[in-house]
Design a binder for this molecule. Structure first.
Ligand code: AMP
Ligand code: MG
Length: 330
């Protein structure tokens, strides 16, 4: 079975083509284009325009890369929730159009769960706790009783958005996370920042306000601030992830989301797991960031469990939460 998956929840327009071969996930193509700026952040209407502009090129590139044509595709899948309304709509409309024109079955999937399922498929983790740290989302998710339950999450925004916002304020452009990571490597001194874990949840707003105040005093180097920022916020994430592992008794931690590309976060995850006799996993970078392959893979799982959408019912839901989905494929 061959599925073509479309990702458009935020800054990335992606098309992945995935095959189910002998029960395994085989990625044939994973093409994407990321909306970028030199300076400043992103405006939803502009990002949607970007997706409209690149969608045909990315679709064509994915088919070429996979060496298939639309006739070979058995299923179309798209990111249905959660995300930015304007950009979700672009992916949904592309998916509906090709499903209609080429008479293919259609499924809509949840983006956060797709991060978890692609990690399970491509890493050896069978039943992990997922630390999902991306632009818009920060959640600790694990499977219990037919649902992916949220054990902890951000009380304000996603960690990546805060990293990007700070980077924007100090003139680094978007995306900011990788630039902060590079600067942090040259940091020498730890500067104390607020540490905000509330039960199983985290919040970032106060930390970033404090960070910007410190930056404005010009008493600290940008490198030291970036280093201290990473040490602080990643320790918070690892703390709640560890507590979720202790609570559920699970022995695997899976990282997902663009922020999980960060080497320091990966190192902290490995250390924490080692100390408790568990193991940390993360797929390669192209599957950590938003991508179409994970949408295609979850499309296959969902379709095989009997889920499908009529074109008239194919909508988007920017606010649907991970734990509202019944997981009937596990
Ligand atoms: P996603 O929303 O999952 O596609 O991830 C995008 C987010 O990941 C953006 O906020 C980026 O700044 C962030 N990001 C990407 N690479 C890194 C990195 N190496 N370190 C920290 N954040 C990163
Ligand atoms: Mg994501």
């Amino acid at each position: 079975m061959l599925c073509l998956g479309i990702e458009s929840t935020a800054h990335t327009f992606g098309v992945g083509i995935v095959a189910l071969k002998k029960g395994k996930c085989v990625v044939l193509a994973n093409e994407k284009d990321l909306f970028r700026t030199e300076k400043g952040g992103f405006i939803p209407a502009e990002v949607a325009k970007h997706h409209v502009e690149v969608c045909d090129v990315i679709l064509k590139r994915a088919l070429e890369k996979a060496n298939v044509n639309m006739r070979d595709i058995d299923l179309i899948s798209y990111s249905q929730s959660p995300g930015i309304g304007t950009t979700l709509e672009v992916g949904c409309n592309v998916a509906k159009s090709i499903a209609l024109i080429f008479r293919k079955p259609l499924v809509g999937v949840n983006h956060c769960i797709a991060h978890l399922e692609i990690g399970r498929a491509l890493c050896k983790a069978k039943d992990p706790v997922l630390l999902y740290a991306s632009g818009a989302n920060t959640q600790v998710i694990a499977y219990e009783g037919k649902k992916y339950r949220i054990f902890g999450e951000t009380l304000d925004g996603g960690i990546g958005n805060y990293l990007d916002k700070f980077a924007r304020e100090i003139g680094l452009g978007f995306p900011g996370g990788p630039k902060i990571e590079q600067l942090a490597l040259q940091g020498k001194k730890f500067i104390s920042l607020p540490y905000s874990v509330k039960g199983m949840d985290v919040s970032f707003g106060g930390i970033f306000t404090n960070l910007k105040q410190k930056y404005d005093t010009k008493k600290f180097t940008t490198e030291d601030l970036c280093f201290s920022l990473q040490e602080t916020v990643f320790a918070m994430l690892i703390e709640v992830a560890e507590r979720a592992m202790a609570h559920t008794g699970k022995k695997e931690l899976l990282l997902g989301g663009g922020v999980a590309c960060n080497k320091r976060l990966q190192e902290m995850a490995t250390l924490m797991c080692k100390e408790r006799g568990a193991k940390a996993y993360w797929p390669e970078q192209q599957f950590l960031v938003d991508n179409g392959a994970m949408i295609a893979w979850l499309g296959i799982l969902s379709f095989k469990a009997g889920n499908r959408l009529e074109i008239k019912d194919a909508d988007t839901n920017p606010y649907l939460r991970t734990d509202q989905i019944i997981v009937n494929w596990r």
